[in-house]
Structures are given as structure tokens and as C-alpha cells.
Design a protein around this ligand. Structure first.
Ligand code: KG4
Ligand code: ZN
Length: 352
């Protein structure tokens, strides 16, 4: 197999710098993540060893609006960006010149927010004459699985976040193929919408997860969408929960929130596991990895780790690397997973 190494030019002197999993010697990447409501900066050695991981969350700010307000998010990133960078240098005990390359998420995400992180990383790269590496947020979520592990491709990844739901076949560090995708809502979006209709505060996902722990997951049978093997659909489920809540309120006067939450979680987690296993079987792959904010979900994790009894090797990042963070961005830059290295690289809001 060919060695995975890419040569980057530094912006000022044009010096050549090698990055990639087959480079001899240490590659230290500082990365910035600012695609949504977390301002994060991390320093990672050789794609797997975290030397600093700093996250400034905006949850409290957006809670009063019931969701992320893009303009408010961008302004808050501006306020936090220098602080998280300084903190990451301090945690790692490194100087800017010790960094091999600077990376940032370039999309998908909120454009105003992405610009803050992108421009900070570009400024560092230009000032210290180091390569700049642009990272795709979705690839970064998958690469969170390399941190502190020995995971190597090939494997099948289930990526479940606020904006995306995909099954990805990872053939090598640099080759990832989407083999299934949602045709409507993302899993995180379904969680957040159902949580809102049940009156739970933002962010809905973790609150609904917590609430479902005290409920009976077999209380109500909710429908699983009848779509193709390479498709997910969650908008029908959301409507079914809405109708169920109305009916229960009418009949009982009060909503048995815990049971509804647990039944919703059972339906979603069952769908995700069945589809992923089906795809893994089809591609003859026995290694699975979970990724994205919803990979923090207790029931989805439990069901996936249960698959180890069926001979699967299962990976899932610890909670802090499931939700948005910059260590996964640095890992993605190191493994060259769908990266962009041009200093003229601009941000993008959606996957084209
Ligand atoms: O990956 P992420 O941090 O941001 C995006 O890239 O979208 O994912 C955020 C999503 C939100 O929808 C949030 O409600 C959901 O992940 N989430 C959860 C849990 N923790 C976060 N959903 C279900 N259960 C959880 N424990
Ligand atoms: Zn994310």
C-alpha cells in the first residue's frame, strides 16, 4: 500500500513540510473548531495524542433562545477565540513555533462562525510560517475515533450529529465513502425537535437522554421509517411523537414524559444499530465506529457496544470528543481525511 504523506508549502518562505500518518518523527497540529456553538482549540501529536483540548461552550447563551442564533454565535466566537488559543498553548506547554501546522474547520457550519476560526488559524499559519490545513467537520467527527486508540481503517462509521446522519465506509485514512444518509431530519435534529415539543430546554438531545433513563422504553411502539437500505428518515417519527403526546395529554391530562422519551430513544437507537449492522455485513467489515454529538447518547452507545458479543470491534469516542471539539479537527488534519490546504480556502455552510 502506498504511504500516506502529503507535502505542504509554508505560506511565507515556501519551505516544504510533510504531514500524514506515515511521516517519520513527530507532527504536532494546533486546530480550531468554530462551526456552531463551541469555540475550541486543541494541540494533538501524531493524530492520536492530545496535548491540549480547550472548549468554550455557548450553550448558556443560546438556551434563552431555544436554539443557536447564528449572529450571536459568531460574536461570541470572536470574544472567545483568543482566550481558547492562549489556553491551548498554556496546556500544551508549547510555543507557536513548535507547531508543525495550523488547522481549522472550514465547513459545513454557520458561515459567520466558521470565518472566526478559519481566519485565526490562517493568521497563525502566516505569522509563524507554517502550513494551513482546512478540515471538513464531518470527517473530523469520524477521526475523533483515532484519539487515544489503535483504530485503523477499514471500518464502518455511523455519524450522528445535529445536522447529519450518515453511514460512512472508511477504506483508508484518506478515503471515506458515504454509503447511507438521511433523506430528511438528522438524528440530533429529531432529538432536539422532540425535546422541544416535550418542553425540555435546549440542547434537547442530552436532556431527553437523561429523562429516558427513568422511563419504560417499551411503553409506546413508535414507527420505524420504511426507506431503502441506504437511507434514513426521521421526520415521520417526529410527527408520530407529536400525535402520541397530544393523545396522551387528552387521555391522561399529563404527559408521561419519561416513557415517551425512553420509547423515542428505543426506536431511534434500534433503527441506527440495525441499519449500520446491515451495511457492515454487506461490506464484510467487522469494525464499527460511532461519531458526532449524538454518539454521546447512552442507549445508542449501549446497543453498539453490545455488538461486541456478536464479534464486532466497536469504537466510540469519550463524551468530550463526541460533541464539537478541536482535537478531532487536528486528528483529521493529521490523517489527511478530505483536507484542503490552500490559504485561499473559504468557508462553506453545506456539503455540496
Ligand atoms: O456534533 P454536534 O456537537 O454538533 C453538530 O455538528 O451538529 O452534535 C450536536 C447534536 C445536538 O442535536 C444534540 O442535541 C445532540 O448532538 N446530542 C445528543 C446527546 N448529546 C448531544 N443527542 C442525544 N443524546 C445525547 N446524549
Ligand atoms: Zn459537530
Amino acid at each position: 500500500m502506498s504511504r500516506i504523506i502529503k507535502t505542504f508549502k509554508t505560506p511565507f518562505s515556501g519551505k516544504l513540510v510533510e504531514i500524514g500518518p506515515d511521516v517519520d518523527g513527530d507532527v504536532i497540529i494546533m486546530a480550531i473548531e468554530s462551526s456552531c456553538d463551541e469555540t475550541a482549540c486543541a494541540v494533538v501529536r501524531n493524530g492520536r495524542e492530545v496535548l491540549a483540548n480547550v472548549v468554550a461552550s455557548q450553550i448558556k447563551t443560546h438556551q434563552k433562545f431555544g436554539g443557536v442564533v447564528p449572529e450571536v454565535a459568531a460574536r461570541e466566537h470572536l470574544e472567545s477565540i483568543n482566550l481558547v488559543i492562549a489556553e491551548a498553548f498554556e496546556q500544551s506547554k508549547l510555543n507557536p513555533s513548535d507547531i508543525t501546522a495550523y488547522a481549522a474547520t472550514v465547513g459545513p457550519g454557520l458561515v459567520g462562525s466558521l470565518l472566526v476560526g478559519l481566519n485565526a488559524a490562517k493568521a497563525l499559519a502566516i505569522t509563524y510560517d507554517k502550513p494551513f490545513i482546512g478540515v471538513n467537520h464531518l470527517n473530523a467527527h469520524v477521526c475523533a475515533n483515532y484519539i487515544d486508540t489503535d483504530l485503523k481503517p477499514p471500518f464502518v462509521a455511523l455519524l450522528v450529529s445535529g445536522g447529519h446522519t450518515q453511514v460512512i465506509r472508511v477504506d483508508s485514512y484518506i478515503e471515506q465513502h458515504i454509503v447511507a444518509e438521511t433523506i430528511d431530519d438528522a438524528v440530533g435534529e429529531a432529538y432536539d425537535k422532540v425535546a422541544r415539543l416535550m418542553g425540555l430546554p435546549y440542547p434537547g438531545g442530552p436532556n431527553l437522554d437523561k429523562m429516558s433513563k427513568n422511563g419504560d422504553k417499551y411503553a409506546y411502539k413508535l414507527p420505524q421509517a420504511k426507506v431503502g437500505d441506504d437511507e434514513f428518515s426521521f421526520s415521520g417519527l417526529k410527527t408520530a411523537v407529536l400525535q402520541l403526546c397530544r393523545r396522551l395529554k387528552e387521555n391522561l391530562g399529563e404527559l408521561p414524559k419519561e416513557d415517551v422519551a425512553a420509547s423515542f430513544q428505543e426506536c431511534i437507537s434500534d433503527t441506527l444499530v440495525k441499519k449500520t449492522v446491515n451495511i457492515a455485513q454487506k461490506h464484510n467489515i467487522k469494525t464499527l465506529a460511532l461519531a458526532g454529538g449524538v454518539a454521546a447518547n447512552s442507549e445508542i452507545r449501549r446497543k453498539f457496544f453490545d455488538l461486541e458479543n456478536d464479534g464486532y470491534k466497536v469504537y466510540a469516542p469519550p463524551m468530550k470528543y463526541c460533541t464539537d471539539n478541536a482535537s478531532m479537527v487536528a486528528a483529521s488534519a493529521y490523517f489527511l481525511a478530505n483536507t484542503m490546504d490552500d490559504l485561499s480556502q473559504e468557508v462553506f455552510s453545506r456539503v455540496k
